[in-house]
Design a binder for this molecule. Structure first.
Ligand code: SF4
Length: 428
């Protein structure tokens, strides 16, 4: 079954004027468990226990296993056939697994029970299990739960669900003094760069969610200004707004223009002049411009097609089109949050074909008809498309690589230029 609708003029989101094609058909995406790969590296005293099948264990192991050089901070509690058949009490089994894990790993301070397709299908109540275990291990470890299931979700929703689960745990601020909360997992190096930039601009009171250690959960309240660092944090933003925080409207910090707009939005909220921002960022912007110059010749005029996968598609397309002269054939995204994406849409060329959702067969037809120079897609589609002679970029790589901010703008461009280089070298 599939359904394609020419939805609307996105004029509703402000000054953008894109026609959006909405598709509801077969989808080709990873599940939310994938987020564990970058989240377990970010929160250093957290452990992610997937309650799932051997397939779930394989996914996590193969996606993250190669990066492990110490004791892993994730594992899978396998739901066996007898569990599925109702022959064992899963809650008892889970309690036993958790007790063994915490005995072996006393350094764990925050334990996430991560739901999967099997645990959802058998309706295992992980939230209740987390509450029970939190009570049992009180003072020693906090136990939370979220779903990483692949049923009707895409892989970046795992991070959204994880951070949304953290929001109720955040302490309340003592007063309403304005302070900044940057939300979305960023590489430590990028976080440190942003902290320095905010300081140079004159915003000293900045917290990041998720924090590096669970004991450093930031306090929030009505003075909290939320600046999203990732475009896929719908539930987290909603949970923060319910706690009285204010989301700042901004583009996302990819490329020079996105990073400048992101920093300017924060500055404006703190009554800091744009001239101050421009002065503080002149050096990094110049370095980023120089770095981008190296890749402009490779990318200018190249025709790029985005399949919906990471939810980073629109900010990436904006960056490629405006800063490197790429021609956008189609930009598809799993979900389009019109309010969070308003500033990005306003910057996209109005001729861009935007697609929300997926009907993979139709999309493959459009892609092969268009014969793009570069196709950005999930791992499952990359090999078949390469076999058809198309050049691809795995969108998941964009989540594993530090890409935000001025200093990373060159690396971001290089990620798109590299497959084109490879193709040229193979032809020689
Ligand atoms: S959560 Fe679902 S989609 Fe993800 S690996 Fe497990 S079974 Fe597969």
């Amino acid at each position: 079954m599939s359904d394609t609708t020419l939805l609307d003029r996105a004029g509703k989101v402000g000054c953008s004027d894109h026609t959006i094609l909405k598709e509801r058909g077969q989808r080709e995406v990873f599940c939310g468990l994938t987020g564990i790969v970058w989240l377990h590296r970010k929160i250093q005293d957290a452990f992610f226990l997937v309650v799932g099948s051997r397939t779930c264990a394989h996914l996590i192991q193969s996606a993250a296993g190669v990066m492990i050089f110490a004791e892993p901070r994730f594992a899978t509690a396998i739901v066996e056939e007898r569990d599925l058949a109702g022959m064992a009490d899963l809650n008892d089994e889970l309690d036993r697994v958790v007790a063994r894990l915490l005995e072996r790993r006393p350094e764990i301070r925050l334990l996430f029970l991560v739901g999967s397709c099997p645990s959802e299908v058998i309706k295992l109540d992980l939230q209740r299990a987390a509450e029970r275990l939190s009570g049992q291990f009180q003072s020693r470890v906090r136990v939370l739960s979220y779903s990483g299931s692949g049923i009707e979700t895409t892989f970046t929703e795992g991070e959204d669900a994880c951070l949304a689960a953290l929001v109720p745990e955040l302490p309340q601020t003592a007063d309403d003094r304005p302070h900044l909360l940057v939300v979305g997992a960023l590489a430590d190096l990028v976080e440190d760069q942003f902290r320095r930039l905010f300081d140079d601009i004159g915003i000293a009171d900045v917290d990041f969610l998720p924090p590096r250690r669970s004991r450093d959960l930031p306090a929030i309240g009505s003075g909290t200004c939320v600046l999203l660092a990732q475009p896929f944090l719908t539930d987290t933003a909603r949970a923060l707004e319910r706690r009285g925080c204010t989301r700042l409207a901004a583009p996302f910090p990819l490329g020079i223009e996105g990073t400048s707009g992101w920093l300017r939005a924060a500055a404006e909220a703190f009554g800091i002049t744009l001239a101050t921002v421009d002065r503080a960022t002149a050096g990094p912007r110049a370095r980023a411009a120089q770095a981008l110059d190296r890749y402009r010749a490779d990318l200018e005029g190249k025709r790029v097609f985005f399949f919906p996968d990471s939810q980073l598609e629109i900010p990436l397309a904006r960056f490629l089109s405006r800063e490197l002269g790429v021609e956008l054939i189609e930009v598809a995204t799993p979900y389009l949050h019109r309010a969070h994406m308003a500033e990005e849409l306003a910057l996209l060329p109005s001729s861009t074909r935007l697609v929300e959702g997926q009907d993979v067969d139709r999309q493959l037809d459009r892609c092969t008809d268009a014969q793009p120079d570069l196709t950005v897609c999930g791992l499952g589609l990359a090999n078949p498309l390469e076999a058809l002679g198309l050049t691809t970029k795995w969108s998941i790589e964009l989540l594993f690589t530090p890409l935000q901010g001025f200093e990373q703008a060159g690396d971001l461009a290089e990620l798109f230029a590299r497959p084109l280089h490879r193709k040229t070298r193979l032809r020689v």
